[in-house]
Design a protein around this ligand. Sequence first.
Ligand code: GLP
Length: 269
Amino acid sequence: MRLIIEPNYDSLSKWAANYVAAKINKAKPSAEKPFVLGLPTGSSPIGMYKHLIELYKKGIVSFEHIITFNMDEYVGLPQNHEQSYHTFMWETFFNHINIKKEHVNILDGTAPDLEKECAAYEEKIKKAGGIDLFLGGIGTDGHLAFNMPGSSLSSRTRVKTLTNETLLANSRFFDNDMNKVPKTAVTVGIGTVLDAKEVLIIVNGFAKANALQHVIEDSVSQMWPISALQLHPQSIIVADEAACAELKVATYNYFKDIEKNHLNPDNLL
Ligand code: GLP
């Protein structure tokens, strides 16, 4: 696993956006061979989306032949609800780039048969040729997408019950009222993410420092679902200094040292 440590949120976001754009450009996507991205919501990726929009506007990257699969969605929120992940994705990203509507895939949390919806999602990912690059953030308890602590590390897309910690964290988008946050969600599984050819996770801020410490320095554990990343052959965490607050000095120095000669993705564009 690579750990890239950037000074702050803005530089971390730029690093991630440049990395994504460089990967897309290198793959030279076409109608016959599109590039498939897995995408997250949450506040962590907002800066990356902003920079990707800038790169698109400058003509550096195109999303014409990109297929996307979002990680998760709340159960019961209609697509046009202001807090649905559908709304988030269109407002934050898709409305500002040249992606084709039919290339966007987001789980439907209002589907009458959620099990069927989840199984069909897995099938669709397979049909698209699998996910080339899965992007993500993490929760303070180390959850990935909506795979709460205790989630099976080989789980597939399914319905999950949200923990109180997550309901509390996400209540900031629901008038600070935990009772207004949907109690369940549909989410890709940890196994679904691990199947991607590459995974890039954004971790920023002090609130995530404890989770980052577990992922980097501890063993793989279902209680810190993001730690499953250790099993992936091509995973990168890009973190800011604040998120590294709980790492040992030796760990921090190790990753700083080993990454110092890696090409910055700026140079690949
Ligand atoms: C939600 C999402 C996750 C996200 C997490 C952290 O629970 N389902 O995908 O990683 O929140 O969100 P934030 O980036 O706002 O801290």
